[in-house]
Write a protein that binds this ligand. Structure first.
Ligand code: ADP
Ligand code: MG
Length: 368
């Protein structure tokens, strides 16, 4: 049965340093939660504390309503899959998958049935007698998942399980993990530094930065309503364009200066930015268009570089002191080293306070 996982004021110190600092997170049964953030921000440490592989320095972790702070890993109802697979090289696939069960008191027949079921879910049937050296990277990763599945865990813990695979296989395995979750329905905590993996897999994403949770939300909440410029630039690819700006108030109309052009802001933005000394302007590459639309306003720049991707291209445009990336749909290419007029969607612009990094203004109605 899937279980809830609850982290309350969880702290991890290595020496004097808090590498995880006051983390609070409630995961509901069956939920797929992805922890994402730059390298070193404390994702693995958080996961390892849930697994019981790392002692916690403060706070409480509960699984299925039971405090597990002092429980051994094997008594927590969790199974973990690592980046490096951690397979036994001299054992067959079958024996690797059943290893944990054979250490316990599970009867042979039951072990075989569980291995066969996992093998069929993961399409490993024909490979059961091979050794890890005879498998591809993707197959090894499936064996590691098989070993987790046979334990019928209440909670799956994944630590960058796809990072060692090449790009194509990574996409394929991502789909498999999603399908696996749809089929088994276990609670999942999944760590990655890859925002695309987080966006495609997660029911909810937890963005971490320097040991602290920066924001928790569904993929679309984080994409549309980032709490900080850090989240805004971490989620989405290419990232949100963010650069310093100044506000003007001509004839009492509030506007943001972008290069030499002014973008009108709604009157309610005035109150939102009243306490901010310095602001960052933000707009996503997909919210700048090459032709006018409803609610757009023109800005003028110079095309520096075009990255063609086939069905779309990324156009790098110099505007004043900044370079913006525009996602241009369609196969027609924009010409490099030419002036260009861009049309910014006024309902999709963001303002961040430099001092706090927090988003102080965006059009919440347009975002939803
Ligand atoms: P992530 O998985 O997000 O890349 P980690 O959780 O592995 O980050 O590490 C978080 C921080 O804790 C890093 O600065 C790392 O160097 C430090 N750290 C991790 N494990 C140990 C350890 N056993 N001893 C000391 N510092 C550690
Ligand atoms: Mg890690």
């Amino acid at each position: 049965m899937p279980a809830n996982v609850s982290l309350t004021n969880v702290v991890k110190k290595f020496g004097p340093v808090n590498v995880v600092n006051d983390v609070n997170l409630e995961i509901t049964p069956g939920e797929f939660v992805v922890l994402v953030g730059p390298s070193g921000c404390g994702k693995s440490t958080t996961l390892r504390m849930v697994a019981g592989l790392e002692h916690i320095s403060g706070g409480t972790i509960s699984i299925d309503g039971k405090v597990v702070n002092h429980l051994a890993p094997k008594d927590r109802g969790v199974a973990m899959v690592f980046q490096n697979y951690a397979l036994y090289p001299h054992l067959t696939v079958r024996d690797n998958i059943s290893f944990g069960l054979r250490l316990g008191r599970t009867p042979r027949k039951e072990i075989d049935a569980k291995v066969d079921r996992a093998a069929s879910i993961l399409e490993l049937g024909p490979l059961l007698d091979r050794q890890p050296a005879e498998l591809s990277g993707g197959q090894r990763q499936r064996v590691a998942m098989g070993r987790a599945i046979v334990r019928d865990p209440q909670v799956f813990l994944f630590d960058e399980p796809l990072s060692n695979l090449d790009a194509k296989l990574r996409t394929q395995m991502r789909t498999e993990i999603k399908r696996l979750h749809a089929r088994l329905g276990n609670t999942v905590m999944y760590v990655t530094h890859d925002q695309l993996e987080a966006m495609t897999l997660a029911d909810r994403i937890v963005v971490m930065r320097k040991g602290v949770i920066e924001q928790i939300g569904t993929p679309s909440e984080l994409f549309n309503s980032p709490a900080t410029s850090f989240v805004a630039t971490f989620i989405g690819s290419p990232p949100m364009n963010v650069f310093p700006c100044t506000l003007t108030s001509d004839a009492d109309r509030l506007a943001v200066n972008v290069g030499g052009d002014k973008l009108a802001l709604p009157e309610r933005a005035r109150h939102a930015v009243a306490n901010s000394k310095e602001l960052l302007f933000g707009v996503r590459p997909e919210d700048i268009h090459l032709a006018p639309r409803d609610n757009t306003q023109a800005i003028h720049g110079h095309v520096e570089l075009v990255e063609p991707l086939g069905g779309e291209s990324f156009v790098h445009v110099r505007i004043g002191d900044a370079t913006l990336i525009v996602r241009s749909e369609g196969r027609k290419l924009v010409e490099s080293d030419k002036p260009i007029t861009l049309h910014v969607d006024l309902q999709r612009i963001y303002l961040f306070d430099v001092a706090t990094d927090r988003c102080v203004f965006h059009d919440t109605e347009a975002a939803s």
